[in-house]
Design a protein around this ligand. Structure first.
Ligand code: HEC
Ligand code: HEC
Length: 352
């Protein structure tokens, strides 16, 4: 039974089902009365993956017009009416054109001035998009769509991306035509060691083929990608957060009035020594750089008290009440020299 299933599953679901199978067979042999073999109906519920050759795709169909209704009712709130969302939720549509449909490679993927990397720019296989929506979307109610709704909403997204016509009906047969027009269909390689096994087209060598540079080597790092300005404050100011991934302290990602409309470099923030003091003395638990938290944003403090270093030293060490509202700041327990460094930074216009 599992042998025949093996051919229909990708490795991820395969291992999950094998685990379930192994566990129950194991249970019956070695732990009588604990667990039981999964029933075929239970296995069928797990076995929903759709492969790039469309094995596993259930029969059904949906038109672009039907898909528009599904999209607007169940998807647009997060991804935007036209799939264009570029804030917290992923942009699904955009960045592809007729030329990409012809070549099968998305030109904008190489354009660093184009901010978005949308689903249809990236996905080489339509099966992945179909499968992902079927198992994971809408985010707040996964697996709630009928098979026909998944077909329809996929058709609508294909239409928004100019891959299929307005009157297109997507089903288990026409999906092959749509796949042949996927803009990034030639954009995937399996010739690297991250791909599981040689039988599936992978290689077992490391996926870097660099040789050490011995002369005329590049000495400067060139940054080729950066956080686009519109996304800067989508997750608050990373510089004030302890992060679980990436750099422990992220870069400053606050949108200032100067950066709100046009893409300019982020304001530099305090020099590392001052930032370190604000962090180690826990000031940032109550103060944002630009925004009020419990106490005022440091930018506002500077605007109010520019030049008043001694006043600010005193306030930090003695505490403060009644200046910014009815929450008081208790006296802060830090070295006078550190309070002075912070006060100088605040009073001096926060120049880095
Ligand atoms: C409540 C918000 C929400 C709703 C509603 C929602 N999505 Fe999503 N969608 C997300 C989030 C968040 C992700 C990224 C999930 C992740 O990376 O784990 C995502 C990812 C996706 C992706 C993959 C994007 C990529 O390029 O990686 C597609 C395609 C998608 N959604 C389609 C849909 C469709 C179709 C619907 C409606 C049936 C829908 N979404 C409804 C929040 C939502
Ligand atoms: C428990 C929260 C909390 C912490 C921690 C905290 N503050 Fe405050 N801070 C406040 C509040 C609330 C105010 C507004 C008090 C007021 O209205 O007078 C304030 C006001 C200030 C002011 C402005 C005083 C004025 O007269 O305008 C400065 C400067 C200041 N804090 C610096 C710091 C520094 C530096 C640290 C870290 C050493 C720090 N704060 C830690 C809550 C806090």
């Amino acid at each position: 039974m599992y042998k025949s299933l093996e051919f229909r599953m990708n490795t991820w679901t395969l291992s999950a089902v094998l685990l379930a199978g192994v566990a129950s067979v194991h249970a019956q042999q070695h732990f009588p009365n604990i667990g039981r073999a999964a029933t075929p109906a239970e296995v069928a519920k797990w076995d929903i993956d759709v492969r790039p050759d469309f094995k596993g795709l259930p029969k059904g169909e949906g038109s672009v017009a039907q898909g528009q209704d599904v999209w607007e009712a169940k998807c647009a709130s997060c991804h935007g009416i036209f799939g264009e969302s570029n804030e917290v939720f992923n942009p699904v549509v955009g960045g592809v054109g007729a030329e990409d449909v012809k070549t099968g490679r998305v030109a904008k993927l190489k354009d660093t001035s184009f901010p978005a990397r949308t689903t249809f720019m990236k996905a080489p296989s339509l099966s992945t998009v179909w499968d992902y929506i079927n198992r994971a979307m809408p985010w707040n109610a996964p697996k709630s769509l009928s098979t026909n709704e998944v077909y329809a909403v996929t058709a609508y997204m294909l239409n928004l991306s100019s891959i299929v016509e307005d009157n297109f009906v997507l089903n288990e047969k026409t999906i092959v035509q749509a796949q042949a027009r996927m803009p990034n269909r030639e954009g995937m390689t399996t010739k690297h060691a991250l791909w599981p096994t040689p039988e599936l087209g992978g290689v077992s060598k490391p996926d870097t083929a660099n040789t050490a540079c011995m002369k005329n080597c590049t000495t400067d790092v060139k940054v080729t990608s950066m956080l686009p300005d519109f996304a800067r404050d989508a997750h608050g100011n990373l510089a004030e957060q302890n992060r679980l991934v990436g750099q422990q302290k992220g870069v400053r990602t606050v949108r200032t009035s100067a950066t709100a409309d046009k893409a300019v470099a982020p304001s530099p923030g305090p020099k590392p020594a001052v930032l370190g003091l604000l962090q180690s003395n826990n000031c940032l638990a109550c103060h944002g750089m630009d925004n009020k938290v419990v106490g005022p944003g440091f930018k506002e403090v500077t605007a109010k008290h520019a030049g008043k270093t001694d006043y600010l030293i005193n306030k930090i060490l003695q505490g403060s009440a009644g200046v910014w509202g009815n929450i008081a700041m208790p006296a802060q327990n830090l070295k006078p020299a550190d309070a002075k460094a912070i006060a100088e930074w605040l009073a001096g216009g926060q120049t880095p």
